[in-house]
Design a binder for this molecule. Sequence first.
Ligand SMILES: *[C@@H]1O[C@H](CO)[C@@H](O)[C@H](O)[C@H]1NC(C)=O
Ligand SMILES: *[C@@H]1O[C@H](CO)[C@@H](O)[C@H](O)[C@H]1NC(C)=O
Ligand SMILES: *[C@@H]1O[C@H](CO)[C@@H](O)[C@H](O)[C@H]1NC(C)=O
Ligand SMILES: *[C@@H]1O[C@H](CO)[C@@H](O)[C@H](O)[C@H]1NC(C)=O
Length: 366
Amino acid sequence: MEPTGQSKPSGSLHKFLRMVLFCVFILGCFVTAFLMYYKPSTTWLNHLLESSDSAKSIQHVYTATSEKNMTIVLVWLWPFGTKYDTNVCSSIFNIEGCFVTADRNFYNKSDGVVIHHRNIAGDLSNLPKSQRPPFQKWIWMNMESPSHSSQLSGINNLFNLTLNYRRDSDIHVPYGSIVAADTVEDFVPPSKNKLVCWIVSNWSPNHARSKYYNELRNHVKIQAYGRAFNNYLSDKDYTPTMSSCKFYLSFENSTHKDYITEKLYIPLSMGTVPVVLGTTRENYENFVPRDAFIHVDDFKSPKELADYLLLLDKNQEMYLGYFKWRQHFKVKRAHFWAEHTCKACDYLRRKNEYRAFNNLNKWYWG
Ligand SMILES: *[C@@H]1O[C@H](CO)[C@@H](O)[C@H](O)[C@H]1NC(C)=O
Ligand SMILES: *[C@@H]1O[C@H](CO)[C@@H](O)[C@H](O)[C@H]1NC(C)=O
Ligand SMILES: *[C@@H]1O[C@H](CO)[C@@H](O)[C@H](O)[C@H]1NC(C)=O
Ligand SMILES: *[C@@H]1O[C@H](CO)[C@@H](O)[C@H](O)[C@H]1NC(C)=O
């Protein structure tokens, strides 16, 4: 009796332990499966935001950002209505300590509010209405030239900082830049089967560039793409087409100081020699090596430019001269619009002095 009496409890203990082990095993399986399929959200802040109802989660994020000494930047209007991932300052640009959001509930807590000029209503009715916190700076953001940005009288005494392609803006974000290459090596341009190309999305016969083109095409064959030429180029054909041209007409749609756009930086980055029309050669040379491009002003007439392009077509050594700079440099293009708003945040973190920009209209359009 005794032995069986003793073995009975020990038998049920075994059963119990087996049961526990089984449960632990099953639980383990669930945890593993969860970890395998659960994709952590990009940032812990986003996670906090998704976690509960909005008022509560905003309070959570605010507590978290102030504990971590983070700067909050509010993107008030999506540029041209295009949404983008705002929370990439650390992951893409190595800018730490920023929380960039388009959630207007953060207005009262935002250190900076970025306002995209081209989205401002003429009567300013879509600008923030509640009182501006004393520490908050409004940042005027615009990447379009004065010719394609309407002047609004009401914005003159509104902003604290400017974000623009112009070098004398507070937060300077050019369309691209030439930066040191990681290694020194000869650059070999991609193979070419066209001489001069032009891709146009906004054709207007009145643009200075259209007049120059109409003259130039009398003297050299130009492959023109775009709806205006009944020759629409799809996105997938863009890169291969651009890189298969020896020269590309980097003709800006307007002429202004420092206004040098992706029309220059895309061909430069692809190994196609840009022929520029826009601001002066001197101004281009502030940003790009002088032997990286051809300027229409280098020639007395479109005919002389055409003759020079035809000469380079026959002389490979001269043509390759336009890539010497690539031994030491490479092209870095702007990352729209995340880079712009991360740089705004970076600026606010580095400079905290009071600023008012009460001269916007004169500065930009004057
Ligand atoms: C911001 O603060 C003002 C008072 O200064 C208040 O009227 C408004 O409701 C607040 N806005 C938000 C989004 O919390
Ligand atoms: C002018 O060029 C800029 C830069 O490429 C572009 O964003 C803009 O839409 C163009 N505007 C017109 C009217 O051509
Ligand atoms: C918070 O960050 C700013 C900007 O980086 C820095 O100047 C300041 O010393 C920091 N404050 C604290 C308490 O860490
Ligand atoms: C920002 O500019 C406005 C308008 O000039 C001014 O009233 C405000 O005090 C400035 N704020 C800061 C923090 O510089």
